[in-house]
Design a binder for this molecule. Structure first.
Ligand code: ADP
Ligand code: MN
Ligand code: MN
Ligand code: MN
Length: 338
């Protein structure tokens, strides 16, 4: 019997790229091959030269359709079929992986997001004409007054597991309607593949609940934490000893590096990295053990064990995981090799 392949790719939406998809029906036994789409409708091409090429790069079972159906993550290419499209950020992660994969970089990404009630435009759990009680009881909370959207979160978690994604956990966050899921540990290219498919599954399942998922880094102004994508990172050397942990923290703070990284850590980062709400200011760089006010945190357990990983707390929820992975791998692995 025929089966369905949902082709996924990253578009050219400004300022933050989004995921798109369309369905290909394949005969039993046929593999998903090269395909294409109208790039003039995704901000990736002009109308008179509109074709963008899709090359499958990662596939997994489609847990929503079930059966033999699959999800197919693609890279975008120009019609010469060899030049990556300028918006193809996975190509950059691939280059970093080819250069430094022998250092065995691992990533764990913490994707925070907010469920938005399309009727009010406000986070789920916010009353239509006012504010809920302030931050405090919601993080990892339980109970109907604190928690909104748990059915969706449970369904999304199961979908990620059934798809074979490296999901490692979920939790309710500090604002009503705000949640997090983690992917990892995974390698430099794999982390982006799994995170983008995880995002797709979240948006897709949220359709069925009539809620919109937002990865806006500051969905509510005022005294509410923003939404980030903390990036946990290690190499084989960092998993083996503390000197490499410190070298990695220093590498991220080297001349010009903080600025370079912030350009890839998501639009609107100045509004989130204010120095309040468990962040360091965007124009300062610091690292410290257990310090949630630092740019980079060394977890207490890592300090105790004298080996492990570091957490870059700066990336926004709306950052592109391929871009983060390329930056971190290049900056840290370049320094560690010296
Ligand atoms: P936090 O305590 O900051 O909330 P989380 O538990 O949400 O941290 O996320 C930690 C992430 O780090 C998980 O995805 C986990 O798989 C990942 N992780 C654990 N060990 C390593 C490691 N050695 N290198 C990279 N990532 C790691
Ligand atoms: Mn977390
Ligand atoms: Mn969090
Ligand atoms: Mn964290």
């Amino acid at each position: 019997m025929a089966y369905r392949a949902e082709y996924l790719w990253i578009d050219g939406t400004e300022p933050t790229n989004e995921i798109r998809s369309k369905t290909k029906i394949l005969a039993d036994g046929d593999e998903p091959g090269v395909w294409g789409y109208d790039g003039s409708s995704t901000n990736q091409a002009s109308g008179d030269n509109s074709d963008v090429v899709l090359k499958p790069v990662f596939q997994c079972p489609d847990p929503i359709r079930g059966g033999d159906n699959i999800l197919v993550m693609c890279e975008t290419f120009l019609t010469d079929t060899v030049t990556p499209h300028p918006t193809n950020t996975r190509a950059k992660a691939r280059e970093a992986d080819e250069k430094y994969g022998d250092q065995e970089p691992w990533f764990g990404l913490e994707q925070e997001y907010t469920l938005i009630n399309p009727g009010t435009g406000w986070p789920a759990g916010f009353p239509p004409n006012g504010f809920p009680a302030p931050q405090g009881p919601y993080y990892c909370g339980v109970g109907a007054l604190k928690i909104h959207g748990r059915d969706l979160i449970e369904e999304h978690t199961m979908a990620c597991i059934q798809a074979g994604l490296k999901i490692s956990g979920t939790n309710a966050e500090v604002m009503p309607g705000q949640w997090e899921f983690q992917i990892g540990p995974a390698t430099t290219v794999e982390i982006g593949d799994h995170m983008w498919v995880g995002r797709y599954l979240l948006y897709r399942l949220a359709e069925e609940y009539g809620v919109e998922v937002s990865i806006d880094p500051k969905p509510m102004k005022g005294d509410w934490n923003g939404a980030g994508m903390h990036t946990n990172f290690s190499t084989k050397a960092m998993r083996g000893g503390y000197d490499a942990i410190i070298s990695a923290c220093e590498a991220l703070g080297a001349l010009g590096k903080p600025e370079e990284h912030l350009t890839g850590y998501g639009v609107g980062i100045e509004d989130r990295l204010t120095g309040a709400h468990e962040t360091q200011r965007y124009d300062q760089y610091s690292y410290g053990v257990s310090d949630r006010g630092a740019s980079v945190r060394i977890p207490w357990q890592v300090h105790a064990d004298q080996k492990g990983y570091i957490e870059d707390r700066r990336p926004n929820a709306n950052a592109d995981p391929y871009v983060i992975a390329a930056l971190m791998t290049n900056t840290i692995c370049e320094a560690l090799v010296l």
